[in-house]
Design a protein around this ligand. Structure first.
Ligand code: GRG
Length: 309
C-alpha cells in the first residue's frame, strides 16, 4: 500500500519553528533593502514588493546564511548575497506563473503577480528583480568587503546557475518535453537545471565569496546538489499528497497536465525513498565539519524532505 502519511505533528512543528526562526533573521534584511529603493516607478515597485513579501519560505537565503555561519563568517557582510538569491528566485516564480508558461492564478495562497497587476507589469517585475540581483552583487560597498577575484567568481557562478545553462535552460526543457521524459535520468537532468542549480549555488556562493578551499567547496557542492534534487523530488510528492491550503496552491496539477514526475516514475514510496537517500547523501557530505556548525544545514536537509509546503 502507498504510504501517503505526512510527518508526525511534533516533528513537523519543530521543523516549522526552526524555519520560522531562520526566516525571522532573513526577512528584516530583505525589508531594509527594499525600503531603500525609492527611485523605482510606483507600480513596478508595488508589483515587485507584492511578490517579494508574499510569504515565501526564504529557503535560498536561509541556506546561504547557514553556510556563512558554518564557515564562521560575519553574516552582516553577506546581506546583499542573501537578498540577491531571493530576488532571482522570486523573479523565476513570477515568470513561471505567467500565461505563456504555467498560467497559474495562485501562488502562496495569493493571486499570482500578473493576476494582481497585469502581464506586462509582471514581466517587468521579474526582469527588474533579476537585474537587481546583479546590481546588489556588484555594489561597491558590498564587493569591497571581499577579494575582487572571489566576487567575480561568485557572480559568474550565480549567473551560470540562473541562466540558459541552468534554471532558464531547465525551464525550456520542462516546457518542451514535460510529459515525454521517460526515464529517471532525463527527469534528473531537467530538475538539476530547473530547481537544483539555484539551491546549490545558494549553498556554494558564500564559500566562493569567502574564498574557501576547493575541498570545502566540493563538500558544499555535493550537499547543495543533493538537497537541490531532493527538493524537487519532494515537490513532486507534495503535488500528489500535499494539502492545497498548506501549499497555497492546487494539488494534483502535475497529473492533470500529464507531467512526468518522480512519483509517476518511481511510485510514491520509491519517490520518498529517493528523497530520503538524497537527504542522507547531503548530510554525509558535511560529516567533517564540527557537529554544532553543520546542524542547521542538516536540519534544512530534513526540512526539505518533510515540509508541508
Ligand atoms: C521562469 C526562468 C524561469 C524559471 C522558472 C523555478 C522555476 C523555474 C519554476 C517554478 C515552478 C516550480 C514549482 C518549480 C519547482 C521548485 C520550486 C522552485 C518551487 C518553489 O520554491 P519554494 O518552495 O518557494 O522555495 P517559496 O514560495 O517558499 O518561495
Amino acid at each position: 500500500m502507498l504510504d501517503t502519511a505526512m510527518p508526525p505533528a511534533s516533528l513537523e512543528q519543530s521543523m516549522n519553528n526552526f524555519i520560522e526562526a531562520q526566516r525571522a533573521r532573513i526577512d528584516p534584511i530583505l525589508l531594509r533593502r527594499f525600503e531603500k529603493q525609492k527611485n523605482w516607478p510606483q507600480r513596478l515597485q508595488e508589483s515587485i514588493r507584492y511578490s517579494m513579501f508574499a510569504g515565501g519560505k526564504r529557503l535560498r537565503p536561509i541556506l546561504a546564511l547557514s553556510v556563512v555561519e558554518l564557515l564562521g563568517r560575519d553574516i552582516t557582510r553577506f546581506e546583499n548575497l542573501f537578498v540577491a538569491l531571493e530576488c532571482i528566485h522570486t523573479y523565476s516564480l513570477i515568470h513561471d506563473d505567467l500565461p505563456a508558461m504555467d498560467n497559474d492564478d495562485l501562488r502562496r495562497g495569493l493571486p499570482t503577480n500578473h493576476k494582481k497587476f497585469d502581464e506586462a507589469t509582471a514581466i517587468l517585475a521579474g526582469d527588474g528583480l533579476l537585474t537587481f540581483a546583479f546590481e546588489l552583487l556588484s555594489e561597491p560597498d558590498f564587493a569591497r568587503m571581499f577579494q575582487a577575484e572571489h566576487v567575480l567568481r561568485c557572480v559568474h557562478q550565480i549567473a551560470r546557475a540562473a541562466g540558459a545553462a541552468g534554471m532558464v535552460g531547465g525551464q525550456q526543457i520542462d516546457i518542451s518535453s514535460g510529459s515525454t521524459l521517460d526515464s529517471e535520468k532525463a527527469l534528473e537532468e531537467l530538475h538539476t537545471l530547473k530547481t537544483a542549480r539555484l539551491l546549490s549555488i545558494s549553498v556554494t556562493s558564500p564559500a566562493l565569496l569567502a574564498g574557501s578551499h576547493a575541498a570545502i567547496l566540493g563538500q558544499l557542492s555535493q550537499y547543495g546538489d543533493a538537497i537541490g534534487l531532493a527538493f524537487q523530488v519532494y515537490d513532486d510528492i507534495l503535488n500528489v499528497v500535499g494539502n492545497p491550503q498548506d501549499m497555497g496552491k492546487a494539488a494534483g496539477t502535475d497529473e492533470k497536465m500529464g507531467k512526468t514526475t518522480y512519483p509517476k516514475l518511481l511510485g510514491l514510496d520509491g519517490a520518498r525513498a529517493r528523497a530520503k537517500d538524497l537527504c542522507a547523501k547531503a548530510k554525509s557530505a558535511l560529516a567533517t565539519f564540527p557537529a554544532d556548525r553543520r546542524r542547521p544545514l542538516e536540519r534544512l536537509a530534513d526540512f526539505i524532505v518533510e515540509r508541508i509546503k
